[in-house]
Design a binder for this molecule. Structure first.
Ligand code: ATR
Length: 290
């Protein structure tokens, strides 16, 4: 599509940024809705992040997504962060306000929940039982916060490094719900922690292309538990294949990426865009069957 002189411009800041699928995602939506706009990859080294963010309003840029390794630094650099971003400790979406200030938000948890809701449809009632979250890194923070807000009665967090899991569990248990609902589980007990779970989520990098597979025996997992891997390269991780083989509903991580892009697109371009099978196929590209 030809970009006009009055086009609205947004983009994604990362270092490196070449691997990002967000330009494909937003580019598809711009085309689909016939918007005069552009969404560009911006390779920005960590030392330059603050200066680049300060320059966005000066260049008339509507906003940006922020990805690895800048999400934590972006939280410190914006003028205002919403409650979700502050709680997660990271910003992935920045909007330039009309007065030129920068508003930060984090849409990873939104993307995670919307993907679950869209993909697991009737199979998922988050209030029905405990969730088991594997990992305690940046992605886990967004997932655990979203699950706590969505009413999960108990969140079990298993991480290779026990201390990180314990810190996350302590931080994310919402005080207003009385009893702490998050608890750390030793990594060696992750298989047993599947017992009675309504949801199993992998947020570790295990199973990603070039990484070892996630090893976990699923015998204790109820057959109606939804299994979600937030890894999307490859789309079908060994965890999802094992879950599907025993009959569990299984959801890959691509949908989380697609849905997390919606709030930014709406803020910059004015339309809450749809996540469709055609979009999925377009963004999945070479990831394997969508
Ligand atoms: P992200 O922001 O994608 O969550 P991260 O913060 O680097 O990335 O977190 C990576 C997660 O994968 C962590 O939970 C990490 O466990 P540790 O906290 O113990 O490092 C987990 N992880 C990475 N490699 C792993 C491995 N070989 N075995 C188990 N867990 C692993």
């Amino acid at each position: 599509m030809t970009i006009g002189g009055g086009a609205t411009v947004a983009g994604i800041i990362g270092w490196p940024v070449g691997h990002s699928r967000s330009p494909r995602l937003h580019g598809y939506w711009l085309e689909r809705y016939g918007i005069d706009g552009a969404y560009v990859p911006l390779a920005v080294a960590p030392d330059n992040l603050a200066a680049v963010l300060r320059a966005l309003p000066l260049m008339g840029i509507a906003g940006v997504n922020v990805t690895v390794p800048h999400k934590q630094a972006a939280l410190a650099a914006v003028d205002r962060a919403d409650a979700t971003a502050a709680r997660i400790g990271a910003v992935n979406t920045i909007t330039v306000a009309t007065d030129g200030t920068l508003e930060g938000s984090n849409t990873d948890g939104f993307g995670f929940l919307e993907n679950l809701r869209a993909g697991a449809a009737g199979n998922l009632d988050l209030a029905r039982g405990p969730a088991l979250v594997l990992g305690a890194g940046g992605a886990a923070r967004a997932v655990v916060a979203a699950l706590a807000d969505a009413g999960a009665p108990e969140i079990r967090i298993a991480n290779r490094g026990a201390e990180r899991a314990e810190r996350l569990a302590a931080e994310m248990s919402p005080a207003e719900r009385g009893e702490p609902i998050c608890r750390a589980v030793p990594w060696s007990e992750r298989a047993a922690a599947c017992d009675g779970a309504a949801l199993l989520v992998n947020t570790t990098s295990l199973g990603m292309q070039g990484q070892p597979p996630l090893e976990i025996a699923l015998d204790a997992l109820p057959l109606d538990a939804v299994v979600n891997d937030i890894v999307y390269a490859p789309l079908e991780t060994p965890l999802l294949a094992a879950a599907r083989a025993r009959g569990n509903p299984a959801l890959d991580g691509l949908g989380m990426l697609l849905h997390q892009g919606r709030p930014g697109f709406e803020a910059w371009f004015g339309i809450d865009p749809e996540v469709t099978p055609a979009l999925r196929a377009h963004v999945a590209g070479d990831l394997g069957a969508a």
